[in-house]
Each structure stands twice: as C-alpha cells, then as structure tokens.
Design a protein around this ligand. Structure first.
Ligand SMILES: Cc1ncc(COP(=O)(O)O)c(C=O)c1O
Length: 413
C-alpha cells in the first residue's frame, strides 16, 4: 500500500514553522534522574490545588450554565472588568473594551503575528529573545532582527542603527517585541530610562511596541519600573498579560490590551482561531482574582521563587569557575550564563552535562544574529532547592575539568 507523501500537501507558509530546540530535548530532560534547569515552567509543587479544586466544584455546581458553555470571543465581561481594574491599579489604565482574553499570552503573540506581519517584514526583537515569540513572527514570514542588550535592557543606539539600515533597504521595521521584566531568557529588566528612550525611538520611527509581561509580578527584590503601556501617550503599545506564571498555565488564560481598532481586528482573528477561550478557565481566573486569592498567592510565590533564585546564584558563586559570568535577575525564572570564549560551545557543554544528568538550554536558539554559542539559559523555577545545589555543583566540576584540559592543551603547545 502506498502511504501519503505528506510534504506535498503542506502549504508553502509551513516552511517557516520550525520546532523549538527546547522541545527537541524535552523528553530527555523529563527523565526522573535528570536535574533539569531547562524548562521554564512554574514549580509543580506551587500549584494551589485545593483552592482550585474547591473553586471548580463551586463554579460547575453553581455557575455551570456559563462556566460550561461557550463564551464571547473577546472574553467574559466579568474577567475583562477584573483585568481592567487590575491594569488601572498597576498604573497602566485600560478599559474593559480595550482588552481581549486569549489562550495564554502565546495566543496573543500569534494573533498579533497574524494581523500585523506580512512575509518578509522585519521584526525587532531582543538579542537574545523569547523563542516562542520569535517562532510566531517567523511562522508568518517575518524576519527577526536582534537588538543587543546590556544590563539595562535593549541598547537604543543599536536599535536605531538597525532601523536606519533596514529602512535604507526599503524594509522599515514596524514592530518591536519585548519582554521588559525579568526577560526570558536573560532575566534582564529594562530600566525606566531605557523604556523612555525606546518609546521615543518608537515614536520617531513609528514602531508599535508589543510588551509581553508574564513575569512582572514575580519580583523578588524591588518592584518593576513603569510599563511601556503606562508611559505610552500615542496608543502604540500592545500589552500582553498571563495567568500562567502567577496562578497556573493549565487554564491557558492570558490577555491582550491595546487600542480599540487593534482589539477589533484581534477579535476577528481569534474568532477563526478558537471561537472563544476556555469559559471554565476564565470563570476560575475571575473568581480567584476578584476574591483576592491570586494576589495572596503571588505574594507566596515571590518568597518561594526568591529562595530558589538565591540558592542558584549562591551555588553558582560557590561552584562555578570565576570566569563564568551570569545575570542576577531581580525576579522571574531565568539566569543567563556566559561562558568564556575559549570554552567549547554551550551545546557541547550541554552534552557533557547530560552525561552527568544535568540539563540546561544552550544559547543559539534564542539568537536572531547567529550568536549564543557561549551562552545558556538556566531556570530555577522547577527543580527543588536540593537539586539546584546538587546540579550546579555537578556542573561546576564539569566546567573546572573543561578549564583544566584547556590549560593542559595550552601548556602542551
Ligand atoms: C516571555 C514569554 N511570553 C509568553 C509566554 C507564553 O505564556 P502563556 O501562553 O502560558 O501565557 C512565555 C512562556 O513561557 C514566556 O516566557
């Protein structure tokens, strides 16, 4: 029997859809003996299972007519009201009608890609950037242009150079996608000064800013700077929020806030994507938010994740060779590690580490500019405190061995 040659069926645009390298070795890192700093998932032990179970029982029994039914494409009125109030409280005012519920913020990025990107359009992103964001832009034929960062965030002069260079080639970038708080993958938070500078550039060159902020509430030292959305006076910022990191990702509830014209288009795009987001998930998010549970839970999470962050940084200080640099994030889940240039590539280091049952994500996948070969993302959100110490100690031994074999090589020359 002849089987179908599927490649001949796929639409041309699917050639831009590539899998994430993180997913490729996920199966490997999920093995129980592996201590994984690779996944960026929330800590499984921190899910408020009992509170969620009780609320779900209540919702199904008492509000089942709505909770189990389809809901409006743009989201339930109640949840949009709750989120609008939240946005006001956080200094980024937004009316409920300027806000649409999405299936996690990932769907928000995808819907934006769908309505804003033509094949060949350049899209400014951070260098390195969130892989899931870049994959969306590429899947619609966009070309991601990485803007180098320092400890204060994306560098405005680099951004301007890139805009000018591409505009001269008749390809003016029109979008800047950013994760300004505790960025995935670097953990860097863009300073307030930078936010003003980047917003001024956006105004000068007529860019739209997509501000993706799933980690902003998880700060462990000081509160985050004002958001782009709060500073925006020209309706050029689209804000993406999510319940995934502050409550649970399993309900797939996020939101997108922006000007009315944009929300209208996003709503139409969402109609064809999913009709509506999970009604039960929206009701749950709405109930737990309006009762104040989510805020209390986030307070608890800050303490729990802060401890893990501290343990990972302390362990790196103790066990890593001193010429390895790493970011010191004030929140979120991620630490970005830079290895010295004479080390083997981070992919080779990962292979060595996997042999010792420790995983992290090597850096190239986060880069638009062919960089990342000597960098890696470490996440402290999922492993236990004990495993963080054991895993970092094991890696420290590997890295010291790498350095020792290099010294032997040099001495031999
Ligand atoms: C920067 C960033 N944006 C968006 C997402 C997607 O989150 P969700 O769709 O669960 O809201 C993630 C998930 O890790 C992320 O790190």
């Amino acid at each position: 029997m002849m089987s179908v040659e599927w490649n001949s069926f796929f639409a041309k645009r699917t050639k831009n859809i590539t899998g994430s390298q993180i997913r490729h070795f996920f199966a490997l890192t999920e093995q129980p003996e592996v201590i994984s700093f690779a996944g960026g998932f929330p800590g499984n032990d921190y899910f408020p299972k009992e509170d969620i179970a009780n609320s779900l029982v209540h919702l199904v029994r008492e509000e089942g007519r709505q909770a189990l039914q389809y809901s409006p494409t743009e989201g339930t009125c109640d949840l949009r009201m709750v989120l609008s109030e939240k946005m006001y409280r956080e200094g980024k005012p937004c009316e409920a009608e300027n806000l649409i519920i999405t299936d996690g913020s990932q769907q928000g990025i995808d819907l934006l890609g769908r309505i804003l990107i033509n094949p060949g359009d350049p899209v400014l992103v951070e260098e390195p950037a969130y892989i899931g964001g870049m994959s969306v832009f590429k899947s619609y034929g966009g070309i991601t242009l990485g803007i180098d960062m320092d400890s204060e965030g994306p560098i405005p002069a680099r951004m301007e150079q890139t805009i000018i260079r591409w505009t001269e080639n008749n390809k003016k970038p029109k979008i800047f996608y950013t994760v300004p708080n505790f960025q995935n993958p670097t953990g860097i938070t863009t300073s307030l000064k930078r936010r003003y500078e980047i917003l001024a550039l956006a105004s000068r060159y007529n860019l739209v800013i997509i501000e993706d902020d799933p980690y902003g509430e998880l700060f462990y030292d000081e509160d985050i700077p004002l958001s782009y959305k709060a500073l925006d006076r020209e309706d050029r910022v689209i804000f993406l929020g999510s319940y995934s990191k502050v409550l649970i990702p399993g309900i797939r509830i996020g939101w997108l806030a922006g000007p009315g014209q944009l929300i209208e288009k996003v709503t139409m795009a969402k109609q064809t994507a999913d009709l509506c987001s999970s009604s039960l998930g929206q009701q749950l998010a709405c109930k737990l938010s309006s009762e104040g549970f989510v805020d209390k839970h986030v307070n608890r999470l800050r303490k729990l994740y802060r401890q893990k962050r501290d343990v990972m940084i302390d362990s790196m200080e103790k066990y890593f060779p001193p010429d390895i640099n790493y970011s010191r994030p004030g929140g979120g889940f991620f630490i970005w590690v830079n290895f010295p240039a004479y080390y083997p590539s981070s992919k080779e280091l990962l292979d060595l580490s996997l042999k010792q049952n420790v995983a992290f994500v090597h850096g190239e996948g986060f880069s638009s500019n062919g960089g990342g070969w000597h960098s890696a993302r470490f996440s402290f959100s999922q492993p236990s405190i004990e495993d963080i110490i054991i895993g970092i100690r094991r890696l420290g031994n590997i890295f010291y061995e790498v350095e020792a074999s290099y010294s032997v090589k040099i001495a031999g020359h």
